[in-house]
Design a protein around this ligand. Structure first.
Ligand code: ATP
Ligand code: MG
Length: 438
C-alpha cells in the first residue's frame, strides 16, 4: 500500500470516529433541553385548554373545540374508563417529556403514544370529575430532521476528505521528492538530485540539506576517484611504452620476448579501460546502422580460430547512438564473450541478434555458450572492479561492464545481463531506435 493511501485512510478513519462521537454528544446534549421545552409548551396547552373549557358556556365550548382543531391541531376527547393506552417506551424523548409533564401537571397525568389503537401524542387530564384526552400533534416531539443531519454530515465528511487529501499530500510530496533524488544519486546523477533547502517546514528542510551534503560528498569522491585513476593510468603508460621498446630491443630469446610483450599489452589494455572509465567526453546521438556497428566490432574475431560468430542483425535496423561509444560497448561485450564464454569443446560460440523492441527501441543480444556465472553474482558484474571467481586467472580490470552500462545509460540506452536457458551469458543492449518499427 502506498504511503499516500495509508495516511489518507488513517485520517479518514480518525475523522469518521470523531464525527460519530460529536454526533452522539450533540444528540444527547440537545435532547434534554428540547424535552423540557416541549413539556413546558404542552403543559401550557393543557392548562389553557382546561381553563378555557371550564370558563366557557356549552355553546361557546363547541366553537372553542373547533378553533383548537383548526388553529393548533389539537383535539379533545372524553376519556372513558375502558380506553386502552400505551405509554412512550423508556429512554425515548417521548418518555422524558412524559416525565417532565407529570412533574408539572401532577402525578395523575397520563401521556400515551397510542389510545384505542390511534397513534398520536395523547395527554390525559381531568376537569373536576370529568376526564379528557388531549390529542396534540406528535410533530411537537420530532427532533431535528434526518435530512438536516444528513446535509451537515455530508458537508462535514466532504470537507474532512478534502482536508485529509491535503494533509496527506503535504506529508507525501517531500518524501516522494527525496525518493526520486535518492534514485538519481543511485544512478550516478548527482547534479539532478539537488533538493530545495528553502522550505517552510524545518525538519524537511533539514533532511534535504543533509541529503544534498551527502550527494555532494559522493559526487566529490566519485570525481576524485576518476581523476586519480586517469592520472595513474596516464602516467603509467609512458614508462610502459619505454618498457615495450626495451623488451623489443634488449631481450634476445624470442619466446620470452613474446610473452613479455603479451603481458605488456595486457597491462596497456587494463590502463586503457581505466582511462575510459575515468574520462567522460560528451556523447553525440546520431542514427547508426546497427548492422555496420556490429560488423566493425566483430571484424577482429571473424577470422580467429576457435571463435564462431552467428550474426543476425537486420540491415535496416538503426539505433541512435555515439559511434565511438557504441563501438567501445560492443568490443567490451565481444571481448568478454571470447574471454569467458568458451564452451566445453574449447570453441567460443557467440550469437548476435538484433531486433526492434517495441516502437521506440532497438535491442541487441550478445550471447555466448560458455559456463556463464553464478546467478548470485550476476547483478554485481556491472559494479566497477568486480570480477567473478573464475575470471581471476585472466587479466582484466573488472571495469568493462561498468563502462558498458554507464555508456549505454548516457546514450539513453540500457544493459541487462541474463543467464539464458542452455547456459552461457546474454548481454542485452537496448538503445533508442532511429527509425520507427515496421
Ligand atoms: N560472457 C561472460 N561469461 C562469463 N562471465 C562473464 C562474461 N562477461 C563478464 N563476465 C564476468 O564479469 C566480470 C566483469 O566483467 P568486466 O567486463 O566488467 O570486467 P573484466 O572483463 O574482468 O575486465 P575488463 O573488461 O575491464 O578487461 C568478469 O570478470 C567475469 O567474471
Ligand atoms: Mg570485460
Amino acid at each position: 500500500m502506498s504511503l499516500f493511501w495509508r495516511n489518507f485512510l488513517l485520517l479518514v478513519a480518525l475523522l469518521t470516529v470523531n464525527a460519530l462521537a460529536w454526533f452522539q454528544a450533540l444528540r444527547t446534549l440537545e435532547q434534554e433541553p428540547r424535552a423540557l421545552q416541549s413539556a413546558q409548551a404542552l403543559a401550557s396547552l393543557v392548562n389553557l385548554t382546561r381553563a378555557s373549557l371550564i370558563y366557557t358556556d356549552p355553546i361557546a365550548r363547541v366553537a372553542l373545540v373547533k378553533t383548537l382543531v383548526d388553529e393548533e391541531n389539537v383535539r379533545i376527547a372524553v376519556r372513558e374508563p375502558t380506553d386502552t393506552h400505551r405509554p412512550f417506551a423508556a429512554g425515548t424523548l417521548g418518555a422524558r417529556v412524559a416525565q417532565a409533564l407529570q412533574e408539572r401537571l401532577g402525578p395523575g397525568t397520563l401521556v400515551a403514544q397510542e389510545v384505542n389503537g390511534f397513534d398520536g401524542l395523547w395527554i390525559g387530564f381531568a376537569i373536576e370529575d370529568e376526564k379528557y384526552w388531549l390529542l396534540a400533534d406528535p410533530a411537537r416531539l420530532a427532533g431535528v430532521q434526518g435530512r438536516t443531519w444528513l446535509v451537515w454530515g455530508a458537508t462535514a465528511v466532504g470537507l474532512s476528505l478534502v482536508g485529509a487529501v491535503l494533509i496527506t499530500r503535504l506529508i507525501n510530496q517531500p518524501l516522494q521528492r527525496l525518493a526520486r533524488a535518492a534514485e538519481r544519486v543511485g544512478e550516478g546523477d548527482f547534479e539532478g538530485a539537488r533538493l530545495s533547502e528553502r522550505l517552510p517546514t524545518r525538519e524537511i528542510a533539514h533532511v534535504n540539506h543533509a541529503f544534498n551534503a551527502m550527494a555532494e560528498r559522493l559526487a566529490r569522491a566519485e570525481a576524485d576517484r576518476r581523476l586519480m585513476l586517469a592520472g595513474i593510468s596516464h602516467d603509467l603508460r609512458t614508462p610502459l611504452a619505454r618498457l615495450r621498446l626495451e623488451v623489443e630491443l634488449g631481450v634476445p630469446d624470442a619466446d620470452t620476448r613474446e610473452r613479455m610483450a603479451g603481458d605488456i599489452a595486457d597491462v596497456d589494455a587494463i590502463l586503457g579501460q581505466f582511462l575510459d572509465f575515468a574520462r567522460e567526453r560528451p556523447l553525440q546521438s546520431e542514427p547508426l546502422p546497427l548492422h555496420e556497428a556490429v560488423q566493425r566490432a566483430c571484424a577482429k574475431y571473424q577470422a580467429r580460430e576457435g571463435v564462431v560468430l552467428d550474426v543476425r542483425v537486420p540491415t535496416e535496423l538503426q539505433a541512435r547512438a555515439d559511434p565511438t561509444a557504441l563501438h567501445r560497448v560492443l568490443v567490451n561485450l565481444m571481448e568478454n564473450a571470447v574471454r569467458y564464454g568458451r564452451g566445453t569443446d574449447g570453441v567460443v560460440r557467440i550469437d548476435l541478434l538484433g531486433e526492434h523492441d517495441g516502437a521506440a527501441n532497438v535491442r541487441l543480444v550478445v550471447r555466448d555458450h560458455g559456463p556463464g556465472v553464478d546467478a548470485k553474482v550476476l547483478p554485481r558484474l556491472t559494479e566497477p572492479f568486480f570480477r567473478a571467481e573464475q575470471a581471476r586467472s585472466t587479466p582484466g580490470s573488472g571495469l568493462g561492464l561498468a563502462i558498458v552500462q554507464r555508456t549505454l545509460q548516457r546514450m539513453r540506452g540500457q544493459l541487462r545481463l541474463e543467464l539464458p536457458e542452455g547456459g552461457g551469458l546474454a548481454a542485452i543492449v537496448t538503445l533508442p531506435a532511429a527509425t520507427p518499427a515496421g
